[in-house]
Ligand binder design. Structure first.
Ligand code: GDP
Ligand code: MN
Length: 401
């Protein structure tokens, strides 16, 4: 589960990470007065106006703007509330901005990247840092991989102060900045573990220019992104309460309600499968035969008629779907029951794209007979002999379409 930047900033701030103060607005009418309030409290006329959407790359898309007057703040807010943000991360449809954070602006001497995530290869949480902050880390990884530092974190002991100190020096922090950076890294690691994060990212972490009060500058977090393990949310009611469904995929939400595990993808072959492992291998075999899966969908062990009907509706609701592959293994559930469910659901939903059905397992002969008998009523349906045959048939049907 993702949360918004303003929420992530609160979590960081509560963990002891210095974050410039800010206020969230939900309409353009409050922009000017909020600018005045933020500016007055922070003692600076520089305020940053930031669209609260889950996608990154807001700066380049014009959805993070530095302003120095109430009028400019209002203009920036109006732009963000009335335009969709479109970039590579949002996809072509873009995302709407419903909330804007106005935060005290700061002068930046240098930007850094800092994050923690789980590294499957080493089976450790890993701290990723770079002195090339601000830009997307994926870009740095490609153009200048040596500029990225990775530090594995011990699962029981957490990030150790000596590790953090060494990292701070390697990143080029100097003087009093070092202890500030160390404190931030350790706080980030603590939050990551305590809140069961999948990602905790500060980009950029910045150093402010030297001033009289801070001769070595200040280390601050000015952007934050958190992702949480959905399976651990039950023990973090405070985090679960931060959920904003406005950017969730509508079909994924619907699927959740019916107990289906559904993830929309970009391809054109819809998949309906019982069991997560079988769903994964179905996607693999579609790819092997040159096709592209439109979704991952596990209807669960039961594959009841109701679940299959809903699953069909959800799959066909995706305009990109040009063919559907049903791949069911009847274990405890009998194939004849499943075949009947597939037939009834297909009749109810009405299929105008090719439907290929592969059944295997208990009572498979009876199941196939049910499919055969229903053939005339569902003309786009084909039965397949095995998984390879099924993938070939659906890929062929879609390619020929
Ligand atoms: P993102 O583009 O979605 O990652 O949004 P960020 O919050 O990271 O902002 C993008 C960029 O805007 C940062 O990398 C900074 O260069 C700049 N920026 C954001 N806040 C401030 C600020 O308070 N002062 C200054 N000078 N620049 C800022
Ligand atoms: Mn950022």
């Amino acid at each position: 589960m993702k949360i918004h930047e303003y929420q992530a900033r609160d979590i960081l701030s509560n963990a002891g990470v210095p974050v410039p103060a800010g206020t969230v607005i939900e309409n353009v009418e409050t922009a000017a007065s909020t600018y005045k309030q933020v500016s007055k409290e922070a003692g600076t006329d520089l305020v940053v106006v930031k669209a609260q959407v889950f996608a990154g790359g807001r700066g380049k898309a014009g959805f993070v703007k530095l302003v120095r007057s109430p009028e400019a703040a209002e203009e920036a807010a109006r732009f963000m509330f009335s335009n969709k943000m479109v970039n590579q991360q949002t996809g072509p449809d873009g995302v709407e901005c419903k909330k804007i954070l106005m935060a005290a602006g700061v002068d930046i001497e240098k930007e850094f990247y800092l994050s923690i995530t789980t590294d499957r290869a080493t089976r450790r949480n890993i701290l990723i840092a770079s002195a090339e902050g601000g830009t997307e880390i994926e870009v740095v990884a490609e153009s200048n991989p040596d500029a990225i530092i990775k530090e594995p974190i011990h699962p029981l002991m957490g990030l150790q102060p000596h590790q953090a100190r060494r990292l701070a020096y390697r990143l080029g922090f100097k003087g009093k900045q070092v202890s500030q950076a160390v404190k931030i890294m350790i706080a980030l690691d603590t939050v990551f573990r305590e809140k069961d994060c999948e990602l905790a990212e500060i980009n950029p972490l910045i150093v402010t220019p030297a001033s009289q009060d801070h001769p070595d500058g200040q280390v601050l977090a000015i952007d934050a992104k958190f992702g949480f393990d959905g399976n651990a949310l039950f023990r973090h009611k405070d985090i679960a309460a931060l959920h904003d469904p406005s950017e969730d995929n509508a079909n994924e939400l619907k699927a959740q309600k019916f107990g289906l595990s559904y993830i929309q993808l970009d391809g054109n072959i819809g998949c309906l499968v019982n069991g997560a492992g079988l769903a994964m291998s179905t996607m693999d075999i579609i790819k092997h035969h040159g096709g592209e899966p439109a979704n991952f969908l596990d209807v669960g062990g039961g594959a009841s008629e109701e679940a299959v009907t809903e699953a069909f509706k959800i799959i066909l609701d995706d305009e990109g779907v040009e063919g559907v592959l049903v791949n069911i293994f009847g274990g405890i559930m009998r194939c004849d029951v499943i075949a009947q469910a597939v037939v009834n659901a297909a009749k109810q939903v009405g299929f105008n794209v090719p439907l290929v059905v592969r059944l295997e397992g208990t009572n498979v002969e009876e199941g196939r007979k049910i499919l055969q008998d229903a053939q005339s009523e569902i003309p786009t349906m084909q039965a397949a002999d095995d998984l390879g045959d099924a993938a070939q048939k659906v890929c062929g049907a879609v390619a020929g379409a």
